[in-house]
Design a protein around this ligand. Structure first.
Ligand code: 5GP
Length: 163
């Protein structure tokens, strides 16, 4: 049995359309799609197109430093989002995967006092996640290879600040 779950670009295309369909079927019409960079930015853009939503925001959060290795807590990186820009909006928070769920939990708490309503959409959710996504394409407990981060980077930016 494969130790990893591999998402191809082709299946990714199907996954984001089906995820967007879940949102539409639930009758949730977001004013803003908020993608958690970097991994959530890619599905956030695709879902924003599928839902015909032109307001795309991003929050840059780092947690994982490798397969299964993390910083102590999910950490916001610049450019920082001014949460008051989301005042009274309906927001769809999008990430690639809720693994521990702590990134999603942090972003949700960050916007919660501002927005009228926040819902979460992820391509994958793992059983241990502390947050249960409102919209989930697939459940797995494996490490996931995403099409955008499986190949090594073409350039080596080690030592470059905020790479
Ligand atoms: P969490 O805070 O839910 O533990 O994880 C947040 C982020 O860590 C995800 O958005 C993703 O960027 C990264 N991550 C967590 N699990 C995986 C995984 O199985 N595969 C990959 N490629 N990244 C992961």
């Amino acid at each position: 049995m494969d130790e990893r779950e591999t998402l191809t670009w082709e299946t990714y295309g199907v996954a984001v359309r089906e995820l967007a369909q879940q949102v539409a079927d639930a009758g949730f019409v977001p004013d803003v799609v908020l993608g958690i960079a970097r991994g959530g930015l890619i599905p956030a853009g695709s879902i924003a197109y599928a839902l015909d939503c032109k307001n795309l925001f991003t929050m840059n959060v780092e947690f994982y430093t490798g397969v299964g290795t993390t910083l102590d807590v999910p950490t916001m990186l610049p450019p920082y989002l001014d949460a008051s820009e989301l005042d009274d909006t309906r927001v769809l928070i999008v990430d690639d995967v809720a693994d521990s769920g702590r990134t999603l939990e942090m972003v949700d708490a960050f916007v919660r006092g501002h927005v009228a309503e926040a819902r979460t959409a992820v391509i994958y959710e793992k059983p241990r996640s502390v947050v249960k996504g409102d919209f989930v394409w697939k459940h797995t407990d494996k490490w996931i290879n995403f099409p955008w981060s499986t190949l090594p980077a073409i350039t080596d930016r080690s030592g470059v600040r905020d790479a």
